[in-house]
Ligand binder design. Structure first.
Ligand code: LMR
Length: 342
């Protein structure tokens, strides 16, 4: 008996004449299950490409019984609305950045925002591919959300219209951040003025001077054309941006088991793909920003980097009450990070 037999029964109510037909025919006849996957970044980014890869594999592995519609670039919903849409069932899949889970009531994900807590993708993967990462995903379930995978983006740069060489260069600047209390504290620590703003509004806010600067990965900077409206960019690697792919738990649990297992397979492979390309994409986009000649790029020297670390490290202690001292400790232990070393 085919592993899709249960699906066939589900889709066609056990009609015997159709039970032996190819699944692709049945799927068309019986209306595919639609997964709307909404996200806020461009298609040509690690997350955008990961979502497109998931679509390709999910449709292939289910022989078209599942149709994935990807809506990039906030075309369907902006940051805050997309989470509400998922909870209401208007979309079935999202991949918000780890900085955007606070409003969902799971503040612990903001631990990923702590400045300089990861010094490489390898260190990060010790968390996202290990028990600590899984324990964090488990915290989503009581909220009706299932965390399916961690997807990488990369390490952040800082930008403004004046050079940023020292933490003091950020003083008094209005800087756009994502909706994370840890990021808010990070900016306050250097006496900048953090402004929470949806991703889709950043370009215009910078262009019109509503904010002076921001932080992001190179793939996000380049694809949103932010380098066209910022004269200076500093490769500080002071923090990490990544994602959790999430789905509505009720929707996921309600899928026929055969479909769910094929989607799990598609998600595992799309995750490997997204994580493999993330660093390369960001490296390429750094070169693209450089080649544009629109913004001056500064790489921090070892001494300058040490000054940023010294200035920002107190955020770890201050944010214990927000993300939990135990959460921070579990990450230090997983990665071997030692704040005492600085
Ligand atoms: C942001 O700055 O809001 C980004 O992290 C968006 C994203 O999903 O990468």
């Amino acid at each position: 008996m085919s592993k899709f037999s249960h699906l066939r029964r589900t889709l066609i109510g056990g009609a015997l004449s159709l039970a032996l037909a190819p699944l692709s025919t049945l799927a068309v006849a019986a209306e595919p299950i639609v997964i709307k996957f909404s996200h806020v970044v461009a298609q040509d980014t690690p997350k955008g490409k990961g979502a497109d890869k998931f679509k390709e594999l999910a449709e292939k592995y289910t022989n078209g019984a599942v149709k994935v519609e990807v809506y990039p670039n906030s075309t369907l919903y902006k940051d805050k609305e997309e989470v509400e849409a998922l909870q209401l069932g208007a979309v079935q899949m999202l991949a918000p950045s780890l900085s955007k889970f606070g409003p969902l009531g799971v503040r612990e994900f903001e631990v990923f925002d702590l400045p300089y807590i990861f010094d490489s993708y390898e260190a990060l993967h010790k968390v996202t591919k290990g028990p600590v990462g899984q324990q964090l995903l488990d915290k989503l379930e009581p909220r009706g959300i299932k965390g399916l995978a961690y997807w990488d983006n990369g390490f952040k740069a800082l930008s403004a219209n004046t050079p940023i060489r020292t933490p003091a260069d950020l003083r008094g600047k209005k800087l756009r951040i994502q909706s994370s209390k840890v990021l808010e504290e990070q900016m306050r620590e250097v006496r900048a003025l953090p402004q929470v703003m949806a991703f889709s509004e950043v370009y215009q806010a910078l262009q019109t001077g509503v904010v002076d600067g921001t932080e992001n990965t190179l793939s996000n900077y380049f694809t949103q054309k932010v380098h066209e409206v910022q004269k200076h960019m500093t490769i500080s690697d002071h923090g990490y941006i990544g994602y959790v792919v999430i789905t509505n738990k009720r929707f996921w649990d309600g899928l026929p088991a055969e479909v769910r297992s094929q989607l799990d397979k598609a998600m595992d492979e799309a995750t490997d793909y997204a994580n493999q390309i993330a660093k390369e994409e960001n490296d390429q986009m750094l070169e693209a920003v450089r080649a544009s000649g629109r913004t001056e790029i500064h790489m921090l020297s070892d001494e300058e980097r040490a000054a940023f670390i010294k200035a920002l490290l107190p955020v770890h202690k201050k944010m214990e009450s927000r993300v939990g001292a135990a959460t921070i400790k579990s990450i230090y232990e997983a990665t071997g990070f030692d704040p005492g070393k600085f």
